[in-house]
Each structure stands twice: as C-alpha cells, then as structure tokens.
Design a binder for this molecule. Structure first.
Ligand code: NAD
Length: 295
C-alpha cells in the first residue's frame, strides 16, 4: 500500500504548535507580526498574499499588508522594506514574487533585515544554511523535511535526487538533504534542465523531490520500486476543457511504484504556508528574547 502523505494534516499540527508559540509570546506582551508586500497586479500573487494573511489571522499573528503601485519607481519598494525593517510591530517581512521589471530582485532580497527574513532568501541566510547554521530554513524545503519525518522517512544514508536547482526550492532542499542535521545525511544528486539522462538518476533514488515546474513529467517508469516521491510542482493545465492543478509527478503511475508520495494539491503546498508562520513566531521569539516552544 502506498502511503499518500497528507500535507494538510501535518500542516495543521504545525499551525497548532504555532498558535501555542503565539500564546507564549502574548504572555510576554509580544504580538507577532508578519508584513507582506505586493508590487504587482498579477492575480495569482494577490491570491497568495491574501492566503498568507488569512493564515496569520487563523493562528493569531498580526498580518500587515502593504501594496506598492506596480508603476512606481523601484525605490518606493526598497523604502517600504526599510520602513518595515524599522517597525517594531513587524517580525517578518515577505515581498511576494514575481517582481515587476524595474525592480532588482537581488536588491530586494538584500534589503530585508536578515532577522526578519522569514522566507530565508537574504544572502546571509542562504550562507548560514549552506554553512550548516541556519537562522531560518526556507519554507518549502523545510516543509518537505517535516513531511518526510511525519511519514517516518529518514534520509540518512539514502540516495536522494532533487529535480530542479532554483534558489527557493532545489538548492536549499539539496543542502538540507545532504546536510548533517536531522532530516539530512542523504547522498544527494541535483538534476536540472541540462541533465543528460534524468531517468538514470531518478531510477536509483530512494527519495525523489520533483521541483521543475513541468506538469506530470516524472512518471512511474522513472522511479525505483518503493521510492518516496515528493511533488513540489504546482502547474495549472487544461483538462477536458477545465483548468486544473497538477504536480510535476504523474501521480497515478508514480503511485504504482512509490512506497510514499505527496499529492497535489494537499501535499507540499500547505506545508510551505505553515512553515512561514513557524518562521514568523521564531523571528518574534528571537527579537523579543522569548523562548517559544517551536513545533
Ligand atoms: P524554477 O522555474 O525557478 O526552477 C525550475 C528548475 O527545474 C530549474 O532549476 C530547471 O533547471 C529545472 N528544470 C526545468 N525543466 C526541467 C526538466 N525537464 N528536467 C529537469 N529539470 C528541469 O521553479 P521553482 O520556483 O523551483 O518551482 C518549481 C515548481 O514548484 C513550480 O511548479 C512551482 O510552482 C512549484 N512550487 C511549489 C511550492 C509549494 O509550496 N508547493 C513552492 C515553490 C514552488
């Protein structure tokens, strides 16, 4: 029987733990706050931001949202971030991607105060993760690490293959999988768009993390018997005249081979959202010097 890993259930446990952290902070007179910044009129980005605000409300984090006009000069965005860095009511700052053309993405990431960088994309936080001393772990790979633990999958000594080398998923995921901390110690291969023979790598993997953004391209015949498959992809496709969400993994054929697999939706997505709340209460605890019982 293949274990279909329930990301909604694991994320609900994390959120419950975050709520306890909020209570502990409030007992010390601290109300944790997360600021989201949007400089785009992309409807998907608007949806992502409002979901994050709703998540905050649910666990008792103060959600603060700032819209920056998408025609404004980039400096307005950098100034907005600076003022949130200086705002004591704000413990986490998140600037929603993608960025409009006039904005320098690297400058945005560098402008966020590293201690409020709950996405963990600031070069200092990237460096700390690579050095094995993370302040914050990036939400998607951290969520995946928690999903694997919840499914009793210990990567230690296993062959892990990460498909995708992006800064937000592939690279930090690989670092965490081969790192020395709990949930790491796997022998890790990173595949990408220039990999010559992807299936040759995925077929010898005990754990496959698919994060390429290509709909359903990891099929059962590319997997070893008993593999653990984590599907990060979120792809909108037309099926029978209707728009639907699919992952990077062809779920039905992969399920035939896998011992455990994450579904889309309901797998990695809810974990990414939960780990953002986790990082926010962690940031608030660090800033206020309050020991929070992180879940
Ligand atoms: P990205 O476009 O930045 O990177 C994709 C990576 O995949 C690149 O490194 C590229 O080299 C590699 N790639 C592309 N085509 C490939 C192929 N045919 N074979 C092998 N490698 C290939 O994407 P991203 O931001 O890392 O996101 C990846 C997917 O995950 C997207 O579908 C995105 O929507 C989704 N995503 C989901 C969550 C979540 O919470 N579930 C979070 C972030 C991203």
């Amino acid at each position: 029987m293949t274990d279909v890993i329930d990301g909604n259930a694991v994320a609900a446990d994390i959120r419950e733990g975050v709520t306890e952290c909020v209570d502990v902070l409030e007992d010390s007179g601290v109300r944790p706050g997360l600021a989201t910044v949007l400089m785009s009129d992309d409807p998907a980005s608007e949806t992502y931001v409002s979901m994050k605000q709703r998540d905050c409300e649910e666990v008792g984090i103060e959600g603060i949202h700032v819209d920056v006009d998408n025609d404004a000069p980039a400096q307005e965005l950098y100034d907005t971030i600076e003022s949130l860095n200086d705002d004591d009511a704000v413990h986490g700052v998140l600037v929603q991607k993608p960025f409009v053309d006039q904005v320098d993405e690297r400058r945005v990431l560098r402008t966020i105060d590293p201690v409020k960088d709950v996405d963990a994309f600031h070069p200092e936080n990237v460096g700390r993760l690579v050095a094995g001393d993370p302040l914050f772990k990036p939400c998607t790979p951290h969520g995946i690490q928690r999903l694997l633990a919840a499914a009793d999958v210990d990567p230690e000594g296993k062959e892990a293959v990460v498909v995708g080398r992006s800064d937000i998923v592939g690279k930090p995921m690989a670092n965490m999988l081969f790192g020395r901390d709990e949930g790491g110690n796997a022998t890790t291969t990173v595949c990408h768009s220039r990999t010559a023979d992807l299936a040759e790598h995925t077929r010898r993997a005990d754990i496959v993390v698919a994060a390429a953004g290509v709909p359903e391209f990891i099929t059962g015949d590319m997997l070893s018997e008993g593999a653990v498959v984590v599907d990060v992809g979120i792809n909108r496709v037309e099926r029978n005249g209707e728009s639907t969400l699919v992952g990077d993994v062809a779920f039905e054929s992969a399920k035939e081979k896998a011992s455990a697999i994450t579904p889309v939706p309901g797998g990695v997505g809810p974990m990414t959202r939960a780990m953002l709340l986790y990082n926010t209460v962690k940031a608030a605890g660090l800033e206020a010097d309050v020991d929070v019982p992180l879940p």
